[in-house]
Design a protein around this ligand. Structure first.
Ligand code: PHE
Length: 447
């Protein structure tokens, strides 16, 4: 058997895992979900869930992956042989499949905007005109499918090449660049006339707006942004050398992610209020707001193009992880198999995602459970499948892994204090399952 691939450096793993985490979740989904859920209170609850559930679960997935050193399905088989626990990995594969099917629609929107910005079609319009241009773009069936295809194609090409060559290299430049551009964007947004209202909206909690739905969405958002509950992080950490500190990696990924979420909020909401846009506009929010802010900067369109390139990159590094978990579980590290399955699975996801792409146009009137096809896919993944996957992982850890072995694994390469470990274990064993179940029962109206 060939030797298992490994990340070529510690930094490589952090960047890839952070690349999986940081993506549309923080930049696109957070602003629109916060906007629909009243702003500040949602943000606060999201932060609490990230610290109480997201971070511990991220660490849980890391410890499963590095203990087992295998893909999402076989990892569970190795740790709990002869049981049904590997279904958690299969659930992760299914979740990733649906996730990428609508993720690629948004990825496609970035591609479409990029084309339009480069050809100069977006120079100097008013915020209303940007809204109209965007609406026309995403309701055009041929175009939305084309750009979705381009996004998936880029994902397939990289995943087909394999872990080291594919995913790792570019992250080193693109991620820091994204941070820098975001900071410029925030500075411009918060200095707009009328920005204060947006800052207050984001940072001042108004608990009168909190419903069961808000809490569920904040929980789903925290799983979504950290890529937990899908065993993506199990897969990624399985390529990790044994001397890398898992707690430190998890901590820095969470910190970076929260920072990007904050930046996204501080870029979007001041502009939304300054330009009189609608915070509850839904998935189109970011795309309506962005060009308007860039338009207010000198050389705005150049900045906008640079931003779109980096944003596209951030979305792609997340998309890679979704396809990677499926392909690595099927191909089991065989290069030829990897190539073949990257194409088969990638194209299947594309076909499956077409209805989501069309749900802003010709299929806009198809409403299932009160939602468009796109919204239904998003809701099912974020608020049903991710919580279930996370719940199962939280149950798996104390049930099937030895506490002493977990402590050893987490202590490797770090000076993890016993007390901190016990806190983590307590959060995973008691807090995570109880909280996830309570939130779900609450939404179903059972408690
Ligand atoms: N965390 C990614 C994002 O925020 C989405 C993701 C979720 C990726 C689950 C992989 C697994 O964009």
């Amino acid at each position: 058997m060939s030797q298992r691939e490994q990340w070529s450096s510690k930094l490589g793993f952090i960047l890839a895992a952070a690349g999986s985490a940081i993506g549309l979740g923080a930049i696109w989904k957070f602003p629109y979900t916060a906007g629909q859920n009243g702003g500040g209170a949602f943000f606060l609850i999201f932060i609490l869930f990230t610290l109480l559930l997201g971070l511990p679960l991220l660490l849980a997935e890391f410890s499963i992956g590095r203990t087992a050193q295998s893909n999402a399905v076989d990892s569970y088989k190795k740790i709990a042989p002869g049981t049904k626990w590997h279904w958690v990995g299969i659930l992760g594969m299914v979740t990733s499949f649906i996730l990428l099917s609508f993720y690629s629609v948004i990825g496609g929107w970035i591609v479409a905007y990029l084309f339009k910005a480069v050809t100069g079609e977006m120079n100097g319009l008013s915020s209303e005109q940007y809204g109209e241009l965007f609406g026309a773009t995403i309701s055009n069936p041929g175009l939305s499918i084309l750009v979705q295809f381009i996004f998936i194609l880029m994902t397939i090409l990289v995943v087909a090449k394999g872990v080291q060559d594919g995913i790792e290299r570019a992250s080193k430049i693109m991620m820091p660049a994204l941070f820098v551009l975001f900071i410029i964007l925030v500075i411009r947004a918060v200095t707009l006339d009328g920005a204060m209202e947006g800052i207050t909206f984001l940072l001042q909690p108004d608990f009168s707006k909190v419903t069961s739905q808000t809490i569920l969405e904040a929980m789903g958002q925290s799983f979504f942004t950290l890529s937990v509950g899908v065993s993506v992080m199990v897969t990624y950490s399985s390529y990790l050398p044994k001397d890398q500190s898992l707690p430190r990696s998890a901590g820095s990924i969470v910190a970076m992610n929260l920072f990007i979420v904050l930046l996204a909020g501080l870029a979007v909401f001041p502009a939304v209020f300054a330009f009189g846009l609608e915070p509850g506009a839904g998935p189109v929010l970011l795309f309506n707001v962005l060009p308007t802010i860039f338009n207010q900067l000198p050389f705005g369109m150049l900045f906008f193009i640079a931003f779109l390139v980096l944003f596209l990159f951030a979305a792609l590094t997340s998309a890679f992880s979704m396809l990677e978990i499926i392909v690595s579980a099927i191909s089991k590290g065989e290069p030829a198999q990897r190539k073949k399955w990257s194409w088969i699975v990638g194209l299947a996801i594309f076909v499956f995602g077409i209805p989501s792409a069309l749900s802003y146009g010709v299929l806009a009137d198809v409403i299932i459970f009160g939602k468009t096809i796109f919204d239904l896919a998003d809701f099912t993944v974020s608020n049903v499948l991710l919580p279930i996957g996370s719940l199962l992982i939280a149950i798996f850890i104390p049930l099937k892994m030895k506490k002493t072995a977990l402590y050893e694994e987490l202590k490797r390469g770090s000076s993890l204090k016993r007390g901190l470990f016990e806190t983590w274990y307590f959060l995973i064993r008691f807090v995570a399952p109880i909280l996830i179940i309570a939130v779900m029962l609450d939404v179903l109206g059972i408690i």
